[in-house]
Design a protein around this ligand. Structure first.
Ligand code: OAD
Length: 239
């Protein structure tokens, strides 16, 4: 059984990372969409860096750890014999910390920086400013940006995502509001006979296309559902 998982901010909410759209969706009075664009970075790089620096610092706090949902996905993957791909829209690193292996962070990673000149990606934990150079090319000042995908930019791994969607036997969407494309459209790419499961506190605009919708918190419902899957596989003799 080929399993494809898509996660969004809701899976990390119980790890203490605020979602994008659940409260007022604002950061210091700015809509996230206004800070997370190439145009915003060009016009006001200080502001965009400040936004991502705050998020990076938050992620580095000791109490921000993977929760039971991240951990259950990593354990499920370890025991799964067929294809397993975990696509995440989250820029936090919690799936990696939990031990997931085949992770595709389609919106990039907060703990990475990318040189705007060379596209070199490097692990990054510090604050960035408009004049932070790539340490390997310090003469080119101001060329590092967060390695995250902004509105209007192409998410990573779209070919791999499309292929995995078209081949999926089971698609599991966890904690995503299903309003940001192309992620929101992945479910539509899965075959008609694919078992589509949505786990979310609330209904989403895509809920209607899922085979089963589970309303509840990710930390409770994800381990429960994955246990059920394993039991089903055991009784049917599958991996
Ligand atoms: P959103 O903030 O839009 O949605 C979070 C979803 O998680 C909502 O549908 C909530 O109902 C659900 N939720 C919240 N807490 C939950 C919990 N404990 N258990 C289960 N579900 C819960 O986040 P995303 O869908 O990830 O893009 O947002 C998609 C993209 O929009 C982000 O990757 C980001 C953003 O702007 C970029 O930055 C490019």
């Amino acid at each position: 059984m080929k399993v494809l998982v898509l996660t969004g901010a809701g899976i990390s909410a119980e790890s203490g990372i605020p979602t994008f759209r659940d409260a007022d969706g604002l950061w210091e009075g700015h809509r996230v969409e206004e800070v997370a664009t190439p145009a915003a970075f060009q016009q006001n790089p200080q502001l965009v860096h400040k936004f991502y620096n705050a998020r990076r610092r938050h992620l580095l706090q000791e109490h921000v750890r993977p929760n039971a949902a991240h951990i259950a996905l990593a354990e499920y993957e370890k025991n799964h014999d067929d294809d397993f791909l975990l696509i995440t829209q989250n820029v936090d690193n919690l799936h990696f910390v939990a031990g997931s292996q085949n992770v595709l962070p389609m919106h990039g990673q907060l703990m990475e920086a990318r040189c705007t000149e060379t596209d070199r990606v490097i692990p990054w934990r510090e604050d960035l400013t408009p004049s932070t150079p790539d340490p390997e090319t310090p003469s080119r000042r101001g060329s590092l940006r967060p390695n995250v995908v902004w509105f209007g930019e192409m998410p990573h791994g779209m070919d791999e995502i499309q292929m995995a969607a078209q081949n999926a036997d089971l698609f599991l969407a966890i904690g995503t509001s299903a309003v940001v494309y192309p992620a929101a459209g992945i479910v539509q790419e899965t075959p008609v006979n694919c078992r589509r499961i949505e786990i979310n506190l609330n209904a989403t605009p895509q809920s209607g296309v899922f085979t089963e919708t589970i309303r509840g918190s990710a930390s409770i419902e994800v381990p429960k559902f994955l246990k059920r899957l394993q039991l089903e596989a055991k009784t049917s003799g599958e991996a």
